[in-house]
Design a protein around this ligand. Structure first.
Ligand SMILES: Cc1cc2nc3c(=O)[nH]c(=O)nc-3n(C[C@H](O)[C@H](O)[C@H](O)COP(=O)(O)O)c2cc1C
Length: 215
C-alpha cells in the first residue's frame, strides 16, 4: 500500500485541531461552571412568594380564618427568606363554599381576569417566584392569571405550589408555563386539610421539598 504522507499529515493535523477545540470547549464549560458557582455563593438570588388563598368556608376544613395555601406560602417565605405577596381579588368571593364555587366556575368558563388589588411586586428585583394557589375547578383561580399576565417573567424561574382536595396539581404547571414562558421548576402539592389541620406535618413536608430543590 502506498502511503500518502501529505494526506496523513493533514489528517493528523485536523485530528489534533479537533482535540484542541474539544479541550478548549471543556475548559470554557468548566470556567462557566465555576463562575456560576462563585456568583451563586456571592450573589444570593432574590425570591418572592406570590400566592392566592381564600379563607372562610371551604371544602373539608369548615370555616377557616386563614386559607390553606396562605399557611404554606408563609412557611416557604420564612424558610427561604423570601418576600411575600398576596394576589388579592378586588371583589371578595362569598364566604360560603357553594356560592364561591359557582362564581369561580363561571369565571373559568368565561376566562375572566378578575381585578386584583395592591402594588404588584417589581419583577426586576426577583429571580425566583414561588407561586402558590388553590386548585379551582382543576385550574388556577382566574385572578392568578390576572397576576401572571400583568407581570413579566422573562428569564425568571417559577416554582409552583398548590393545595387541593383530591385533584392534585393537574395541568396547572403547564398552564403557568404557557402563560408566562418562565423557566419552571417542578411544583409541590398538598391537601388543603393537611396544611390547615396538621401544620407540623405540613411544615416537615414543605422543608423536605425545599431541601430537595436546593433551598
Ligand atoms: C371555587 C373552588 C373550586 C375548587 N375546585 C377544586 C378542584 O377542582 N379540585 C380539588 O381538588 N379541590 C378543589 N377545591 C378545593 C380547594 O382546592 C382546597 O380547599 C384548597 O386547599 C383551598 O385553598 P385556600 O384555602 O388557600 O383557598 C376547590 C375549592 C373552591 C373554593
Amino acid at each position: 500500500m502506498k502511503i500518502n504522507f501529505k494526506k496523513l499529515a493533514a489528517i493528523l493535523m485536523a485530528a489534533t485541531f479537533s482535540l484542541m477545540l474539544a479541550a478548549c470547549g471543556a475548559q470554557g464549560a468548566q470556567n462557566e461552571k465555576s463562575s456560576a458557582k462563585s456568583e451563586g455563593t456571592t450573589k444570593k438570588s432574590k425570591i418572592v412568594v406570590a400566592y392566592f388563598s381564600r379563607a372562610d368556608e371551604n371544602y373539608g376544613v369548615g370555616v377557616i380564618t386563614e386559607g390553606n395555601t396562605s399557611i404554606l406560602a408563609k412557611m416557604i417565605a420564612e424558610k427561604t427568606g423570601a418576600d411575600l405577596f398576596e394576589i388579592k381579588p378586588a371583589k371578595a368571593y362569598p364566604k360560603e363554599y357553594k356560592p364561591a364555587t359557582e362564581i369561580a366556575k363561571t369565571e373559568k368558563e368565561e376566562k375572566a381576569r378578575p381585578e386584583i388589588v395592591g402594588t404588584l411586586p417589581d419583577m426586576e428585583k426577583y429571580d425566583v417566584v414561588f407561586l402558590g394557589y388553590p386548585i379551582w375547578w382543576s385550574d388556577l383561580p382566574m385572578a392568578v392569571y390576572t397576576f401572571l399576565e400583568k407581570e413579566n417573567f422573562k428569564g425568571k424561574t417559577i416554582i409552583p405550589f398548590c393545595t387541593h382536595e383530591g385533584s392534585g396539581i393537574g395541568n396547572t404547571e403547564q398552564f403557568i408555563k404557557d402563560t408566562t414562558k418562565a423557566n419552571m421548576k417542578q411544583g409541590f402539592e398538598m391537601r388543603g386539610a393537611t396544611a390547615q389541620n396538621s401544620r407540623d406535618e405540613a411544615k416537615t413536608e414543605i422543608e423536605n421539598w425545599l431541601k430537595s430543590i436546593g433551598y
